[in-house]
Structure formats: C-alpha cells, structure tokens
Design a binder for this molecule. Structure first.
Ligand SMILES: *Cc1c(COP(=O)(O)O)cnc(C)c1O
Length: 395
C-alpha cells in the first residue's frame, strides 16, 4: 500500500506515547503515579448525569442528530456567554456545538488552510493546533511563548513573508501548558493585528472556569471587533468534568462558524442528543460545582508548588487552568528529567518538549490527580531529591 505524504508529517498524539510507557511499567507490576494527563478525576455532576440518563430513555434521542445541534443547546450556549462574559451571540449563526473542542480545532484548518498555507501557532501549545494545520496540508509557524514575555506571543517578531501566507492565528488563554493568562488588552491587540494582516483568529479557551485566588478571566469575544475576525473554542470538558462525553462549542464570527458547520456536515453526524441535553443541564443548572472543584484544584496546586520549590524546581502558581509548568533542575533536559523521575521514583510528568521546542527546560504537571495519589506522588518526588543529594555527596 502507499500512504499519503501527510502521514509522514503526522507524529502520533503526544499522550499516546506517554500512555504506552505507563502501561508498560504497570504491566511489569510497577506502581506509577501520573501527573501527565489533563483529564479531571472528579466525576461529572450528578444533575448532569441524571439528565443524560433521562434523555437516553427517550426514543427521539436514539436517531441521527443534526450537525448544528439542538436549537435549545445553541440557545443555552448563547445565554451562558451572555451571563458569563456579557457577550451577545446569535444562537443560529454564531454558535456551533462540537464533538469536543478538539474536533472543531482540528477541522477548522480545513476551512482555511490550503497546501503550503501558514497557521501561526504558539510554542509550546496544545498539539491539535499544529496537527490540524499539518493534516490540511499547511505549515505551522511557531510563535515562542517564553517566561520573558509572560508566555504571550511576540506578534511584532513574525516576519512579513510569513504574515503574507498566514491565514489563521491560534491563541489559548488561560494557557495549556504554561498556566499563563491574558488580559483584554492583549486580546484587543490580537484583533487589531489580525485585521491588519487579514488573518482569522482562533482562540481556545476551555479553562476560563478553572480559576484560583478569585481570578476572573476574560473571553476573547469581549475584545473590540473580535466577532469580525475570530472565533472562540470552548468546552464542557474541564468546566464540568465531562471529558468523556465529548461536548464543546465554537462561537463568534458567523462566516467562520458557517464554514466549520459545512465541513462537519460532510464529516460527522452530530452529537448524540442525550449528551446535548446533559450539556444544556450543565450550562443552565446549578453552578456550585465549579467553585467546589476549583477549591480542590487550588489546594492541590499549592501542595504541588510547595513540593516542587522544595526540591529545587522553580514554578509559579498559576491563576487558572489545570497545570503547573515547572523548570527542570540544572543539568537536565525535559526528557532526561521526566525519564529520571519515572525510573527513580515512579512518577510521570510530561516533558515540556512534547508541546514544542520552546518547552525545553520545563515539565508539566497536571492537577487532575486524586488527592491520595497526589500526596503519594509528591512524597515520592521528595524522595527523588533525597536520592539525588545522596548521589551527589557520594559522587
Ligand atoms: C482539554 C483541552 C481542549 C479539549 O477539549 P475537548 O472539548 O475535550 O476536546 C482544548 N484545548 C485545550 C488547550 C485543552 O487543554
């Protein structure tokens, strides 16, 4: 057989490799604590599951759903944006439910990217921005996110010949993996920049509800003119612990939303309706679970930061998101450090380079580890330090 060229450029998804490595260790009977994957360990709220079960009993929900989702769901999403960010959206034109945000993030590349076109992608970043670009035949141009720039891309550093070919600009705040946040001023600058260079903007914002210390994130759609040039991807995955149900949304520019709808109508047959009803319940029902979950994550965040600092890894406490972005100790690359803690103390952390070249020197730890495992993992990391200091004093 002869496979496509695009397959040559497509690495396996980052977490496929990590999961394989963990599975191998587990098969050998090793007890592993993983801080690797950002998948909430806390269950979906009971009212949401209740609605899902009820909707699953209704034969009307056993049939093919519509690509554009239930009108009630589009309305619930628009109402949520109004309530949450004071952003007005036309439910039938500016809202599209997705089979999880990742699905839309990859597929929107098909609406913009032809062979050799460029998408501006942060580095480090959630991998689907560049993978969607590559699948569509285009090329990612990586914008470094560095500590010096507070992990915001330096738009003025992008060369003019790149800008001529750049049809999409990707950004993501609160950011995965760096934990950085952006303010409205930055989003306003992005809109101006994209208008100047005739590029569409895709903002990915699934962590706006996962916040700490009273921090209030903004939506990209609050920026002046955002709707003229861009969309925002969002998801119920992280807000309501619904990663397994696969439900998200894109909102904003009607032309972009319509293009993605057209692609999707040829690709998939919509989101199972029982899951859409569950999503309506999540968005319109009681919201207490969000504060409760954030209190749990914040406690975990503080424990992880204290431990990392005590073993000599520098990490800032993030204001939002599910991740700690920690500097590895001197003398290690990201991969060397990740392999060392896995081999020495059975703890999995994600090497920063899995998110791009500029992730070198960092590892990512996820806060989605149940409390007991988290405490065990942290005391093992303390053991890693003791192991190292013994090693050093002997050597
Ligand atoms: C988790 C995550 C998503 C994916 O959300 P789904 O709706 O589960 O597909 C999108 N973007 C980022 C940055 C994420 O971390």
């Amino acid at each position: 057989m002869r496979m496509s060229k695009r397959m040559e450029n497509l690495p396996p998804y980052l977490f496929v490799e990590i999961s394989k490595k963990i599975a191998e260790k587990k098969a050998k009977g090793e007890d592993i604590v993983s801080f690797a994957i950002g998948d909430p360990d806390i269950p979906t709220p009971p009212n949401v599951i209740g609605r899902l079960c009820q909707a699953a009993q209704d034969p009307a929900n056993h049939r093919y759903p519509e690509t554009e989702g239930l009108p009630e769901l589009r309305r619930a999403i628009a109402d949520w944006y109004k309530k949450r960010f004071d952003v007005s959206l036309e439910p039938d034109k500016e809202v599209l439910p997705l089979i999880g945000a990742k699905e839309g993030i990859v597929h929107i590349a098909l609406c913009f990217i032809d062979y050799n076109d460029i998408a501006l992608v942060p580095d480090p970043a959630y991998p689907p921005y560049s993978m969607g670009t590559i699948l569509a035949g285009g090329r990612p141009y990586y914008m470094p996110l560095t500590e010096k720039n507070n992990f915001l891309p330096d738009l003025d550093a992008i060369p003019a010949d790149v800008l001529n070919k750049a049809k999409l600009l990707w950004i993501n705040y609160p950011n995965n993996p760096t934990g950085a946040v952006a303010d409205l001023g930055f989003f306003n600058r992005v809109v101006k920049f994209a208008q100047q260079h005739n590029s569409a903007v895709c903002h990915d914002g699934p962590y706006t509800e996962v916040t700490f210390d009273g921090y209030q994130p903004v939506s990209f759609m609050q920026a002046d003119g955002a709707k003229e040039i861009g969309v925002e991807f969002h998801s119920l995955s992280k807000s309501y612990n619904m990663t397994g149900w696969r439900i998200g949304m894109v909102v904003g520019n009607a032309t972009m939303v319509d293009a993605l709808k057209r692609v999707k109508s040829n690709l998939d047959s919509g989101i199972p309706q029982a899951i859409q009803y569950a999503a309506i319940e999540a968005l319109t029902g009681p919201q207490d679970c969000i504060q409760e979950h954030n209190a749990i994550y914040q406690r975990r965040r503080d424990l992880v930061i204290d431990m990392l600092n005590s073993i000599g890894l520098k990490a800032r406490a993030p204001k939002a998101g599910l991740y700690i972005w920690a500097k590895v100790p001197e003398g290690y690359t990201s991969v060397e450090f990740a392999n060392d803690v896995l081999d020495q103390v059975g703890v999995v952390v994600t090497p920063g380079t899995g998110y791009g070249k500029n992730g070198e020197g960092y590892v990512r730890l996820s806060l989605t580890v149940p409390n007991a495992a988290l405490v065990k993992g942290l005391s093992r990391l303390a053991g890693w330090r003791d192991h190292k200091s013994k090693f050093k004093s002997r050597g």
